[in-house]
Design a protein around this ligand. Structure first.
Ligand SMILES: Nc1ncnc2c1ncn2[C@@H]1O[C@H](COP(=O)(O)OP(=O)(O)O)[C@@H](O)[C@H]1O
Ligand SMILES: [Mg+2]
Length: 335
C-alpha cells in the first residue's frame, strides 16, 4: 500500500529493510540523484548514494520513537539541499520493520533565505557608510572646527550631502519593496510618453543644464501602463546617462514602435560599461565604481528599480554598452 503512495509523491522516497538495504525507490528519488533503479534497489544506502550525512540516520530513526530529520547537501548532478526525514514504518506482526526516507528539496527556499540575509547585510553596510561620515564631521565640529570660519561651513555641507544620501537610499528601498510586493500600482492607462519624458527632464533640470539633450522620434509611441512607474524608470535612466558622462556630452532619448514592441531608449556618450559587468548590472547594489556612484548621490538601486518596473509591465530592459564610448538602455514594452 505505502508503495503506491510513495510512487506518486513529488518528494524523493526510499524504503530500507532492517539491514539498511534499499528495497524500494520512487522515480523522484532516482531523478534527484540521477540514478537508475538498478543502481539502487538491493544496494545498501551508502553504496547507492555516497552522502556521509546519511550514515546513521536510519539507525537513529530505529532507536527513536519519532521521525528523525537532517539537512543534506548533494553536489552531483547539481548542487541541491534536501531536508531528509527517516521514520520507522509499522508493519504486520512478525514482519521485520522497515524505514522510509523522504527527501524534500529545499534548495529554492535556502537560496531565497541566503539572498535575503545578503540583502540585509548590504543594506546595513550602505546605511552605515553615510552615517559614519556624518558622525565623523559632527565630531570634528564639536572638537573645535565649529570655530574655524574657513572650514566649518564645508563640514556642514558634507553632513548635508551624506544625510541626503541616506534619505535617497531609504526612498529607493521603500520603492523597491513596494514594487516587489506590487503595492500601489495604478490601473494601466494609455501613456503620453513625450509628456513623461518632459516631466523626468524637469525633475533633473539642474543636472541637465550641462548636457546636450536630443529627443528623437517620439511620434506615435503608444505605451500602456502606470504612468508614475514609467516616470520613475525614465528618471533613473536619464539620471544615469547624465551622471556617467562628462559635461557637454550628448544624451539621446528616442521612442520607436516596432512590429512587436514599443522601445524607449536613452543613449549616452559617457564612460560606458565593460562587458564583464553587464550580466550583474541590474542586481541590487551592483555598481561598477562605488566611489563615483556615491559621489553622484547614487544608491545602487536605480537599475534594480527599472527592471522591476518593466517586469510589472510585462516588458524588459536591455543594455548595450562599450567602455569609453557610451551606453544605451532600452525599455521594451510588448504590444
Ligand atoms: N549610463 C551609464 N553609463 C555608465 N555606467 C552606468 C550607466 N548606468 C548605470 N551604470 C552603472 O551601473 C551601476 C548601477 O546603476 P544604478 O542602479 O542606477 O545605481 P547608481 O545609484 O550607482 O547609479 C552604476 O553604479 C554604474 O556603475
Ligand atoms: Mg542610478
Amino acid at each position: 500500500m505505502f508503495e503506491v503512495i510513495l510512487s506518486s509523491m513529488r518528494d524523493g522516497a526510499i524504503v530500507l529493510d532492517n539491514a539498511d538495504q534499499i528495497i524500494f525507490a520512487n522515480q523522484s528519488f532516482l531523478d534527484a540523484f540521477s540514478l537508475s533503479r538498478g543502481d539502487v534497489v538491493g544496494k545498501r544506502l551508502l553504496e547507492a548514494v555516497r552522502i556521509p550525512e546519511l550514515a546513521g540516520l536510519a539507525g537513529e530513526a530505529r532507536a527513536a520513537d519519532t521521525p528523525i530529520e537532517k539537512e543534506i547537501t548533494v553536489v552531483y548532478p547539481e548542487e541541491k539541499i534536501f531536508s531528509c526525514s527517516a521514520a520507522v514504518i509499522e508493519t504486520e506482526e512478525g514482519e521485520p520493520e522497515v524505514i522510509a526516507m523522504i527527501f524534500h528539496d529545499i534548495s529554492e527556499m535556502k537560496k531565497l533565505e541566503n539572498l535575503r540575509s545578503e540583502f540585509v547585510a548590504n543594506v546595513s553596510h550602505e546605511l552605515k557608510t553615510p552615517l559614519t561620515a556624518i558622525r565623523g564631521y559632527v565630531e570634528t565640529l564639536l572638537d573645535g572646527a565649529i570655530d574655524d570660519p574657513e572650514n566649518n561651513k564645508g563640514f556642514l555641507q558634507k553632513i548635508d550631502k551624506n544625510a541626503q544620501s541616506l534619505s535617497a537610499l531609504i526612498d529607493d528601498l521603500l520603492q523597491l519593496s513596494s514594487l516587489e510586493a506590487r503595492r500601489g500600482i495604478k490601473p494601466f492607462t494609455d501613456i503620453d510618453v513625450s509628456q513623461v519624458i518632459v516631466r523626468a527632464m524637469e525633475t533633473l533640470s539642474g543636472k541637465l543644464k550641462t548636457k546636450e539633450i536630443e529627443i528623437v522620434g517620439l511620434e506615435n509611441c503608444p505605451v500602456t501602463g502606470d504612468e508614475n512607474l514609467l516616470y520613475r524608470a525614465l528618471l533613473n535612466l536619464i539620471d544615469n546617462a547624465v551622471n556617467y558622462s562628462s559635461p557637454g556630452s550628448k544624451v539621446e532619448i528616442a521612442c520607436r514602435r516596432g512590429e512587436k514592441a514599443v522601445e524607449i531608449s536613452i543613449k549616452d556618450y559617457g564612460i560606458g560599461i565593460a562587458a564583464e559587468h553587464l550580466p550583474r548590472l541590474f542586481e541590487r547594489f551592483y555598481r561598477v565604481d562605488k566611489a563615483r556612484s556615491r559621489d553622484q548621490g547614487g544608491t545602487g538601486l536605480g537599475l534594480a528599480i527599472v527592471k522591476h518596473i518593466m517586469e510589472i509591465h510585462g516588458g524588459s530592459v536591455r543594455v548595450e554598452s562599450e567602455e569609453g564610448k557610451g551606453s544605451k538602455f532600452t525599455l521594451i514594452f510588448p504590444i
